[in-house]
Design a protein around this ligand. Structure first.
Ligand code: ADP
Length: 311
């Protein structure tokens, strides 16, 4: 089900008896999906609510486009939070068709175990658990070619059937754009409350255009926006320390867009080839390169995020 700007004004809602059949549905791109979707209250919602009650904070990580560093940011945020041993962190990768979290967090080839209390996340360390469809594929190069309902079913299982235990911060890495996965997660967590969304972008207008759609999506589904992070802003040469602008912020970049949209701007992270290397080898960039400008940028942003999320 795609979220588009032309959702009818008098949309009866996707779970009502009128879904897909009302006169307002005529011409809506979601008409067929809504007409055939199950109706009435979802019997799994109370189960999800019960399971999610042990999770204090839920944060969505969004991006308009792919390749802007969303999964990288999610994983570094996870590593950073879990550096405090008293904090329990969960990373839920709902990018069903392109799960890169297992690779980035050094968990490739790991498998999910099942116990009486449900599926167990895969642990990077005692206080950092991860769940991803990547753990379920026999071969990491296998394509996941699933339609909406099957993807939604898996996301539901991640919320309902995973024994997350007590978690302070749950970071939910989503696919780029606004699609089935985003609608499902917001719908399934409606009663469990999402603290907010962090939106990752790069500085170019082509990327920002899509970020405005993410902001619009958050507003439509009433998820607070924690803030915008601009990634890949500038490159600091490791030798001469001079800065080059690789992706020019032709329309003012993430900061200006955040001001225009009246949402918080959390900061900019420069391009640093060592980030790519850390991701490819599955280690924490923040631990490995703690004296780099990019690490400082990450930590400043993480401090701002923590300040916004109250206990
Ligand atoms: P997305 O989740 O948005 O599709 P990824 O997090 O997978 O993007 O990042 C895409 C690629 O860019 C990865 O190879 C990652 O290592 C790299 N990358 C992300 N941020 C930076 C950065 N600031 N500097 C250099 N490389 C980066």
């Amino acid at each position: 089900m795609a979220v588009t700007d032309n959702i009818p004004e008098h949309c009866p809602g996707p779970t009502t008896e009128q879904a897909g059949k009302a006169s307002a549905c005529q011409g809506c791109p979601n008409q067929n999906v809504c007409a055939t979707a199950p109706k009435g209250p979802d019997p799994d919602l109370p189960l999800i609510k019960e399971r999610m009650s042990s999770i204090k904070h839920k944060i969505l990580i969004l991006s308009g486009k792919g390749g802007v560093g969303k999964s990288t940011f999610t994983s570094q945020l996870g590593f950073a939070f879990s550096n405090d041993e008293s904090i329990q962190v969960g990373v839920m990768d709902i990018d069903v068709c392109g799960p890169s979290i297992p690779k980035i967090m050094g968990l490739e080839g790991e498998q999910i175990h099942q116990s009486l209390s449900g599926w167990s996340p895969v642990y990077v360390q005692d206080n950092l658990g991860v769940m991803s469809i990547g753990f379920m594929l026999p071969n990491p190069d296998d394509a996941v070619i699933w339609r909406g309902p099957k993807k939604n079913g898996l996301i539901k299982q991640f919320l309902k059937d995973v024994d997350w235990g007590d978690i302070d911060y749950m970071l939910i890495d989503t696919p780029p754009g606004t699609s089935d996965e985003h609608l499902s997660i917001t719908q399934y967590l409606k009663e469990s409350v999402i603290d907010g969304a962090i939106i990752i972008t790069t500085p170019q207008e082509v990327a920002l255009q899509d970020v405005r759609k993410e902001i619009d999506f958050c507003r439509k589904v009433k998820i607070p926006i924690i803030g915008i992070v601009e990634n890949m802003s500038g490159f600091i040469c490791p030798n001469c320390k001079g800065e080059s602008i690789i992706f020019a912020p032709t329309t003012g970049g993430g900061k200006k867009m955040a001001e225009d949209e009246e949402v918080p701007f959390l900061g900019s992270i420069p391009l640093d080839p060592r980030i790519g290397k850390a991701c490819d080898t599955g280690v924490s960039f923040l631990d490995e390169y703690s004296d780099s400008p990019a690490c400082k940028a990450y930590l400043d942003i993480i401090t701002k995020i923590k300040a916004q999320i109250k206990d």
